[in-house]
Design a protein around this ligand. Structure first.
Ligand code: ADP
Ligand code: F6P
Length: 325
């Protein structure tokens, strides 16, 4: 049941993503402009349960739009999956006068937001994850920065792979989703893009392709491998043995989660943070902000969580032609 909000809280939860600070800033400044008090809940649901709550002012969020990470810190909190802790979290919100919460995170965090809503706290989710794996939205905060970081790293690997006439397997993040692999693979002109959704373990095809490319004089080979497939070191060994081409595996890892957000991440995070506060001011709850067909929209959290998302079919389709020898 929705009600008027006077004081809102904002938290970041799950894996951090560049642009989360821009979203926090937008929540705080839109909230204050709309006459609300704003509190920062540090370290996600873990901080909520420990009452790690601070007052936020327009000054608290000065000079953060350009920074990576999250000034509110983030955490994973398994306890919050239990009913008694969800109720405790809602009681703590009430104790601090917080009647609305903006949760910046991924699907897991939205589940937590929905549980808080069930316990009487108005909640709005804002999609923050580098993985782009939230079905209700075409955009998630941090994806753009992460793919640019990964793309630049792959460009660098290309240089050294060419000098040494090697094959490089680059493993990018994405949890079980292949969006980062698909985008960075296309952008870096990878010879092979292995996504969780489309790769079924056919390493022989990769080996054949490397051999074909060697025959026509190509000196280096880049394979972008999604984290959900993993096994990059093992794959490198198999390829080296089968082709005789020296092969190295590089796992890019958490470097993809850091760094100054791109312009796109800053602007989308600002719009999504502001939209979340507007929804709370309209008395809405249990909603998640999304971006679809050129518009900022919102969905019921449960409906959003039930949606499914695959790889962009057209992007996948073109990779077959673009990665041809
Ligand atoms: P993300 O939000 O990026 O998907 P996680 O899946 O790790 O990241 O979830 C972040 C946090 O959200 C968890 O540590 C937990 O505190 C909370 N959470 C996840 N799933 C649930 C759930 N089913 N019920 C309540 N809280 C949840
Ligand atoms: O969800 C973001 C993400 O970076 C995934 O791409 C990755 O699988 C996971 O988080 C890594 O989590 P952690 O920081 O706990 O190692």
């Amino acid at each position: 049941m929705s009600k008027d909000v006077k004081t809102i809280g904002v938290l970041t939860s799950g894996g951090d993503a560049p642009g989360m600070n821009a979203a926090i800033r937008a929540v705080v400044r839109t909230g204050i402009s709309n006459g609300l008090k704003v509190k920062g809940i540090r370290r996600g649901y873990a901080g909520l349960l420990e009452e790690d709550i601070i007052d936020m002012t327009t000054l608290t969020v000065s000079d953060i739009i350009q920074t990576g990470g999250t000034i509110l810190y983030t955490a994973r909190c398994l306890e919050f999956k239990k009913k008694e802790y969800q109720q405790k979290g809602a009681d703590i919100c009430r104790k601090h006068g917080i009647d609305g919460v903006v949760v910046i995170g991924g699907d897991g965090s939205f589940n937590g937001a929905s549980r808080l809503a069930e316990n009487g706290i108005n909640t709005i989710g804002v999609p923050g994850t580098i993985d782009l794996d939230i079905a209700c939205t075409e955009y998630t905060i941090g994806f753009d920065t992460a793919i640019n970081t990964a793309m630049e790293a792959i460009d660098k690997l290309r240089d050294t792979s060419e000098s040494h006439e090697r094959c490089s397997i680059v493993e990018v993040m994405g949890r079980t989703a292949g969006h980062i692999a698909l985008w960075t693979g296309i952008a870096s002109g990878a010879e092979y893009i292995l996504t969780t959704e489309q790769y079924h373990g056919d390493i022989q095809r990769i080996i054949n392709k490397i051999q074909d490319r060697r025959r026509i004089g190509k000196k280096n080979h880049i394979i972008v491998n999604a984290e959900g497939i993993g096994n990059s070191a093992e794959m490198a060994k198999l390829i080296e043995i089968a082709t005789g081409v020296e092969t190295r595996a590089t796992v890019l890892g958490h470097i993809q989660r850091g760094g100054n957000p791109t312009c796109r991440d800053r602007v989308f995070a600002s719009a999504m943070g502001a939209k979340a506060v507007e929804l709370l001011c309209e008395g809405k709850s249990n909603r998640v902000v999304g971006y679809r067909d050129g518009e900022f929209v919102d969905y019921d959290i449960q409906e959003a969580l039930a949606m499914e998302k695959g790889l962009d079919p057209y992007l996948f389709h073109i990779t077959k032609k673009l990665t041809t020898r």
